[in-house]
Design a protein around this ligand. Sequence first.
Ligand SMILES: NC(=O)c1ccc[n+]([C@@H]2O[C@H](COP(=O)([O-])OP(=O)(O)OC[C@H]3O[C@@H](n4cnc5c(N)ncnc54)[C@H](OP(=O)(O)O)[C@@H]3O)[C@@H](O)[C@H]2O)c1
Length: 244
Amino acid sequence: MANVLILGALSDVAKALAHEYAFNKHTIMLAARQYQRLEPMVSDLKIRYNIQAYALEFDAEKFETHEQFYNQLPLSPDVVICVFGYLGNTDKGLEDWTEAKKIMDVNYVGAVSILNVAASFMLKHNTQGTIIGISSVAGERGRQSNFLYGSAKAGFTAYLSGLRNKLFYHGIHVLTVKPGFIKTAMTEGMPLNPKLTATPQHVAKAIYRAAAKKQNVLYVLWMWRYIMCIIRSIPEGMFKKLKL
Ligand SMILES: NC(=O)c1ccc[n+]([C@@H]2O[C@H](COP(=O)([O-])OP(=O)(O)OC[C@H]3O[C@@H](n4cnc5c(N)ncnc54)[C@H](OP(=O)(O)O)[C@@H]3O)[C@@H](O)[C@H]2O)c1
């Protein structure tokens, strides 16, 4: 059974992932900023699935703590899942550097910082593990509504692609997840088309299956692959006039 580290463990998707991996009898390490809030989840997972589970403090923006965090984990992870993310406010970010920087720091810099540590650790210890990053279709083309978030996720997608290439010959697998819309706290109040929106449970099951099959890129709902193909093919002269 594998030791699974879930970063950003209070997110709706992370909670569903914790249940999915625990159901399959893996050991779970949950990491979040407000780690005390993880305790009820840890107790529930232990009782419900008869597995080992841990609650740990982790802040994606405190880059300088990442190496120590990883070195002090109770178990050496076989699977690392980077779930945390921050949608932020694009209009605010245009005027307020603090907001723009936070969007980049959480979605790109923080993710790269902790996954670099995870990848180096796996290489050093010959762990034939799996690294999973939750990126976004928003990274496939910049749009006026979320281009700060989208550009950070674009960077993260490129990072994961390069990391997969780098780690392939060492037996370490990297999975990039592009979920499309998910019904979570992040999208609360948004008018989402139900046919294009996945539940966190659906996302978790799809990730578990894709990781087991060593799939490289996962579009959770199949239609997103085709939607993004169309979006990418629109000529820039036309695209800039659209209100997307
Ligand atoms: N929802 C969607 O439609 C959608 C679509 C595509 C991709 N995604 C991606 O899917 C992932 C999960 O998102 P979600 O929808 O489950 O959103 P969510 O429920 O809002 O979760 C986001 C999580 O990120 C954590 N986080 C933010 N800043 C952090 C930091 N500095 N350090 C550690 N954790 C931090 C938050 O922690 P706190 O609990 O401490 O605030 C929160 O638990 C994200 O990467 C998101 O970008 C979501």
